[in-house]
Design a protein around this ligand. Structure first.
Ligand code: 5AD
Ligand code: FES
Length: 401
């Protein structure tokens, strides 16, 4: 476990960190990033407009829906009024998933990448990381270890690495299905490929595919992602849906050039696509990238976005992201308090973890996957949740009718 958790006694006698740790408004000194943005128009102030109690009421029962209109939720975001937004998001998450937080084991199988995204620490032009590819044996060993610990969902994530041809990946999918007796759900996250290749991967046993659109602003997307058009990304997501995948997407929050409208549009896009999973991560400037001097926006901006996604996409799985936990020590717990319902223990072999630094300050580098599972089991208790090993299959094929 990489962070200390302080306990306080609740009135019902149960121990909870809610009051002390799961505070929606945090002291500026806890932010891990290099520079914190000044509050300003369209930006996020650490305290502006947040005259709210320090804690989310984590003990609330789902109850009948007081219901917030989407427009009201957007207003709360624009006014920086997190507490009612978080309460509504949490109420919906509890209604949909009870107290369960689903675990999905992450294996970062290659840090080679053909793309040159301005924000990413493993971008092609960064000569600093030691490049690696896990062998099939290493991938299967990580899966087996996680399976033995009870995990039933595995996510293979990597850079856009053409060495892993679709055939190679398909063999790995088949092997993973075999060693898990067909029981585990398999998610791929390996970027844009031709539609036919997606169909091959699906036929080889992959169930889900993750690919964030990163930002819904077409100009910004082109600028940040080495000339790749947003439309190209969205077309690929459509192809994944057509191939029958449960599709995850999502975006970063706080990229330079974004404003409130971008965040709202990002959330709307997740709702329009009907994604099964939507990942929201705070952008953390990486010193070895062209965005090294960007301002670090506070975690709160990602918390607002998480709550909005939950309100706009009630049934969608939302991970409490590692980037949030890297920016602030209780960032993932605070995301859960804003409606997230998935955690991703990192099963990558420890020898490689430090070479998969998409952003600096990444947590869990020295811990094994099993230690991460143990750590997360403890952490969710602090927000009155429990981990679940359920596959938690989602909707296939786009927006609900
Ligand atoms: N800060 C935060 N998240 C990042 N990602 C890439 N670079 C960064 C960064 N500097 C995210 C992207 C990508 C996911 C795997 O990691 O959203 O889709
Ligand atoms: Fe806490 Fe990995 S060590 S989740």
């Amino acid at each position: 476990m990489e962070a200390g958790m302080s306990m306080s006694e609740r009135s019902d006698g149960r121990e909870s960190v809610a009051a002390e740790v799961i505070s929606l408004e945090k002291d500026a000194t806890e932010t891990a990033g290099s520079k914190t943005a000044d509050p300003g128009p369209g930006g996020v102030s650490r305290s502006a407009g947040l005259e709210k109690p320090d804690s989310v009421d984590l003990g609330e029962s789902p109850g009948p829906s007081p219901g917030l209109l989407r427009s009201e939720a957007v207003d709360l975001f624009r006014r920086r009024d997190l507490t009612p937004l978080a309460a509504e998001a949490r109420r919906i998450a509890t209604r949909e998933f009870g107290d369960d937080v689903y675990l999905r084991g992450l294996i970062e199988y290659t840090n080679f990448c053909a793309v040159d995204c301005l924000y990413c620490g493993i971008r092609r032009s960064n000569s600093h990381p030691r490049r690696y590819r896990l062998s099939s044996e290493e991938i299967l060993a990580a899966v087996k270890e996680g399976y033995g610990r009870g995990l039933r969902t595995f996510v293979l994530q990597g850079g856009e690495d053409r060495w892993f041809t679709t055939d190679r990946l398909a063999r790995i999918c088949e092997d993973i299905k075999e060693v898990t007796g067909g029981e585990a759900a398999l998610t791929l996250s390996c970027g844009i490929r031709p539609a036919a290749d997606y169909r091959l991967l699906k036929a080889a046993g992959a169930d889900r595919y993750l690919m964030r659109f990163e930002t819904s602003d077409p100009d910004l997307h082109r600028h940040l992602r080495g000339g790749v058009e947003l439309k190209h990304r969205l077309d690929a997501l459509e192809n994944l849906l057509s191939a029958g995948f449960q599709v995850g997407s999502g975006f970063m929050v706080g990229l330079p050039g974004e404003n409130d409208d971008t965040v709202i549009r990002n959330v709307e896009l997740c709702a329009e696509m009907g994604v099964d999973m939507a990942g929201v991560g705070p952008f953390i400037p990486h010193h070895q990238t062209p965005l090294a001097d960007s301002l670090q926006q506070p975690l709160e901006l990602a918390l607002y976005a998480t709550a909005l996604v939950r309100i706009f996409c009630p049934e969608t799985h939302i991970p409490a992201t590692t980037a949030a936990g890297s920016l602030e020590k209780d960032g993932r717990e605070r995301m859960i308090a804003c409606g997230a319902n998935v955690l991703m223990p990192n099963l990558t072999p420890v020898t490689y973890k430090k070479d998969y630094l998409l952003y600096p300050g990444k947590i869990c580098l020295d811990e094994s996957g099993l230690q991460c599972v143990g750590c997360l089991s403890m952490r969710v208790l602090t927000v009155d949740r429990q981990i679940s090993f359920d596959r938690a299959d989602g909707r296939v094929g786009g927006p609900a009718a």
